[in-house]
Design a protein around this ligand. Structure first.
Ligand code: F6P
Length: 542
């Protein structure tokens, strides 16, 4: 068991401070300091953060920053940016930040500047995108490509889908974009419904090019294409491209490596939406839009690398998240974007945060004696308000919230946007300030209903208030959360860049497939799994 963190002075100071602050109400903290709403704010890379509605004071922030310092966060940040092999369990560097380094920058890994390679792939992607959108690249029968289907899962799907949805306003509406991820055939069947194979391009996105779901869907796609094009195998070359680090497997699948866009093992799957994995994003918003997005990422990277810890947005958000997880016992964190275009942002963040920080051993392999990554979840506002906000306002769990809102709507129709924004401001205020029994009584509420209508308040939130959703802002926003995750991972002394936790299920599923396909195979699982498999065998129709 590793107790090093909880035995540190910085941790103990926070524990002591927590006993002093835990019962203080945000109402009082705001009443005591009229400048609070301006004091605890920060601007970086096009984002404005108001973190004043958190259960903290200036002293809390000092102690949290001291904890980050005692975990040598600045050194760890530098180790990541400079390409040290900080993903120790996989013996890899972690250089997603090099994917957005500007042309001409230098990021040396294994004695080689990787930035020219990054831009070489970006340039090839741009030229491919231009050929598709101009119609120069034609399908096998000479038709223009009008449909793009991205096949991938996890980091090879969630980032691309999220970015496509987020940047739809900027996208080429002549291209129909679909995304297939689940091994459930329904996903493939519904996503290809109504598409003409002669006008359809499949992007097979897989870092390893071995993932069961993706390879199954890619094989089904190939059969679907050939079926629609009279079985002519040479059609594959015009209708399939691959995004991968595994050229050999791409070739073995039958995709010409000329039609492959590569990346490197120093890019983790959930950190790859700005690599070749972003080809669907580039097809949607064009090469210039994609470069703008990369510039946003880079701006946030530079801020994270250079700003002092107490002025550093990812550090502050990471520390506040940790403050609630480790000192208030919060288990989850809600991400609530008040923008329909960010409807998939919470799902994207789930992989980023939970696959990264869902760990229970330290870098040295010892069981941690403290909680690590929180459960991230959310829905776009105002839909969530009519669903689960009840629990956030009046339930027994403390759920810190991140509100994400934009001053300008990309679809300014009537007074929708003022109403949307009134709601996000109201939610933050209601959560923090609540409504006392006296206030409820003053409204003439009968005494028996008073307890039901009281809002305790003192429920924390951050508000990111951004000018407008653009490709650049999306880049900054994603980088903000990436670095937030890293900040927490460093303090918890875990590895945010491996994902061994997904392996066991994969392994067992592989072994179960033949057991489902032949009743002759003897079952040797636990009695529940055996019985379920037996029931499946007898119930399935073919
Ligand atoms: O891109 P690949 O290699 O198909 O992997 C897909 C996803 O599978 C995982 O390895 C495990 O779920 C993720 O980390 C990754 O994003």
């Amino acid at each position: 068991m590793s107790n090093t963190l909880v035995q540190s002075d910085a941790w103990k100071n926070l524990q002591q401070h927590h006993t002093e602050i835990k019962d203080r109400h945000l109402r009082d903290l705001f009443a005591e300091d009229s400048t609070r709403g301006k004091k605890f704010t920060l601007e970086a890379a096009g984002l404005f953060l108001d973190y004043s509605k958190n259960r903290m004071t200036g002293e809390t922030m000092k102690l949290l920053v001291a904890l980050a310092r005692s975990a040598t966060l600045p050194d760890r940040i530098e180790a990541m940016f400079s390409g040290q092999k900080i993903n120790t369990t996989e013996d890899r560097a972690v250089l997603h930040t090099a994917l957005r380094a500007p042309r001409g920058a230098e990021v040396v890994f294994d004695g080689k500047n990787v930035v020219p390679d990054v831009h070489e792939v970006l340039d090839r992607m741009a030229s491919f995108v231009n050929r598709i959108s101009s119609g120069e690249w034609k399908g096998h029968t000479g038709k223009k490509i009008r449909n793009v289907v991205n096949i991938g899962i996890g980091g090879s799907d969630l980032g691309p889908v999220m970015a496509y949805e987020a940047l739809r306003h900027y996208s080429n509406r002549e291209l129909t974009m679909r995304f297939v991820s689940n091994v459930d055939a329904t996903d493939f069947a519904e996503s290809t419904q109504g598409l003409d194979p002669a006008e359809t391009l499949f992007i097979v996105a897989s870092k390893t090019f071995t993932t069961q779901e993706t390879m199954t869907n890619a094989n089904t796609a190939r059969a679907w294409l050939l079926d629609g094009l009279e079985g002519d195998k040479s059609a594959v070359a015009k209708h399939f491209v691959a995004l991968s680090t595994n050229a050999e497997a791409v070739r073995a699948f039958g995709i010409d490596t000329d039609n492959m866009f590569g990346f490197w093992d120093w890019v983790g799957g959930r950190y790859s939406m700005d690599s070749a994995i972003g080809l669907s994003t580039m097809l949607a918003i064009g090469p210039d839009g994609f470069r703008e997005m990369l510039a946003g990422f880079h701006e946030m990277d530079t801020h994270y690398r250079t700003a002092p810890l107490d002025q550093n947005m990812p550090v502050i958000m990471g520390l506040l998240g940790l403050w609630y997880s480790n000192f208030f016992g919060a288990q989850t964190l809600a991400v609530l974007p008040y923008d329909q275009y960010l409807s998939r942002f919470p799902a994207y963040l789930q992989q980023l945060t939970m696959e990264s920080n869902g760990k229970s051993v330290t870098l040295e392999g010892k069981r941690v004696s403290y909680d690590t990554g929180a459960v991230y979840w959310g829905e776009p506002g105002t839909n969530g308000q009519h669903s689960f906000y009840q629990l956030i306002h009046q339930g027994t769990h403390l759920i810190p919230c991140d509100f994400i809102a934009f001053a300008n709507s990309l679809n300014p129709i009537g007074d929708h946007h003022d109403k949307l924004m009134a709601n996000v401001f109201a939610q933050g205020e209601a959560l923090a300030m609540g409504k006392t029994a006296d206030q409820v009584r003053a409204e003439g509420t009968s005494e028996s209903l008073v307890p039901h209508r009281v809002f305790e308040g003192n429920r924390p939130s951050n508000t990111l208030l951004i000018d407008k959703l653009t490709p650049r802002v999306l880049g900054s926003l994603v980088a903000l959360y990436e670095h937030c995750v890293f900040t927490q991972g460093v303090i918890w002394n875990i590895n945010p860049f491996d994902q061994w936790g997904v392996e066991l299920g994969k392994q067992l599923a592989k072994a179960i497939i033949p057991e489902l396909q032949s009743s002759d195979v003897k079952l040797s699982h636990d009695s529940s799994t055996n019985a379920l498999i037996e029931r499946y065998r007898t119930t399935k129709s073919s």
